[in-house]
Write a protein that binds this ligand. Structure first.
Ligand SMILES: Cc1cc2nc3c(=O)[nH]c(=O)nc-3n(C[C@H](O)[C@H](O)[C@H](O)COP(=O)(O)O)c2cc1C
Length: 350
């Protein structure tokens, strides 16, 4: 039999984490070890300042987890020290519950995965009543991701979420490739500007606009989101793709088309972040294929102020923790005293 696997239980209110080692022997034995609280402030051995500013939103560090890849956080509590994360983005919510697309809804591909979940969620009321109280207690910034078919949907969601305790910001998902309706906001600059402006007027929370790479000029859409009043731009959502079973002569996904994510899309995401960071004044949050500290550093020097980890959460649930452990040293390697010191510092190639 292999070595005992430690089972982490969520941090207790006194800051201690209890680790149970279940020893695979007869009779069953439990060894309970109590670990000291992890230092919660931003000092670290490399003495680098980790907090970042995204418009009106301040995060204790630049490492967040992406919407749709981390459930509503409770699912990950035994694996991840949730309070260490810079931010958590729960699965996108819509005003009414949505069953999502027909199965199969995901398939592994080379260097990534395709999904066509179709914004499956229980709707706004359920989120406020059952998900938000747990999230609000975690001690990390909660950025609530919302989506709608119309501008009014977005405004209505923002109005009702304004004032709900524990929400740090809203991320407008104007970029989901797996739903019909609502996609215009991420592909049409005027529609994007108007939806962001409508949400800004309707609520006092900081607003991030999450953009799709499935456009000709992503900088154009980013500038429109900035004009609408976005505090920051997050990108990218998934890249539209498909997988085929040639023997059966049919598409693998029930929805035929899906969104590609994971390491396979990192170069596309880096390109989009680089282009957008040079086109707008507001900060950029980089997303797409991030799985290691090197990936994070690449996004930061290319222009991202913070990042979100997505698909990596599925195959390495502690990726965000490993990255946080390595971040101060990696920043110090570039002589930085803060995250801001490295953002967008890539030198131009002649
Ligand atoms: C299974 C799955 C579900 C997703 N659901 C959402 C979602 O509900 N809202 C959203 O804004 N993005 C969603 N995304 C997109 C991710 O947040 C992220 O933008 C994208 O996957 C690229 O990052 P990655 O390559 O690190 O996964 C989803 C991605 C996956 C793989």
């Amino acid at each position: 039999m292999g070595p005992a696997a430690p089972k982490l239980t969520p941090r207790r209110s006194d800051g201690y984490t209890v680790v149970e080692f279940i020893v695979p022997r007869q009779p069953p034995a439990f060894l309970v070890v109590t670990l000291p609280p992890v230092c919660r402030d931003n000092t670290n051995s490399a003495n680098v300042q980790l907090d970042v500013q995204l418009g009106r939103l301040r995060l204790r560090n630049p490492i967040a987890v992406a919407s749709g890849t981390f459930g509503y956080a409770r699912e990950m509590a035994g694996l991840v020290d949730l309070a260490r994360l810079g931010a958590i983005l729960p699965k996108t919510i819509t005003r009414d519950p949505r069953p999502g697309n027909p199965p199969p809804r995901s398939v592994e591909t080379t260097g990534g995965m395709l999904n066509s979940i179709g914004l499956n969620n229980d709707g706004l009321d359920e989120f406020i009543q059952r998900k938000m109280p747990y999230l609000a207690d975690l001690g990390t910034a909660i950025i609530v991701s919302i989506a709608g078919r119309t501008r009014e949907d977005f405004v209505d969601l923002a109005t009702r979420l304004d004032g709900v305790p524990g929400i740090a910001a809203l991320e407008l998902n104007v970029s989901c490739p797996n739903v019909s309706g609502g996609v215009d906001f991420g592909t049409n600059p005027d529609a994007c500007r108007q939806v962001v402006a409508g949400v800004r007027q309707a609520c006092s929370l900081p607003v991030l606009a999450k953009l799709t790479p499935n456009v000709t000029d992503v900088a154009l859409i980013a500038r429109a989101a900035e004009e609408g009043g976005a505090d920051a731009i997050s990108l990218i959502n998934t890249c539209l793709g498909m997988a085929v079973d040639w023997r059966r002569r049919r598409a693998i996904l029930g929805n035929v088309l899906g969104g590609l994510s994971g390491p396979a899309i990192k170069p596309i995401a880096l390109r989009a972040v680089y282009q957008v960071a040079r086109a707008v004044e507001v900060p950029v949050m980089g997303i797409g294929g991030i799985a290691t500290i090197d990936d994070v550093m690449e996004f930061l020097v290319a222009g991202a102020t913070a990042v979100q980890i997505g698909t990596a959460n599925f195959y390495n649930p502690t990726a965000s923790m490993q990255i946080l452990d390595a971040l101060p040293t990696a920043l110090a390697e570039l002589g930085a005293r803060s995250v801001a010191d490295v953002v967008g510092t890539m030198t131009e190639r002649k």
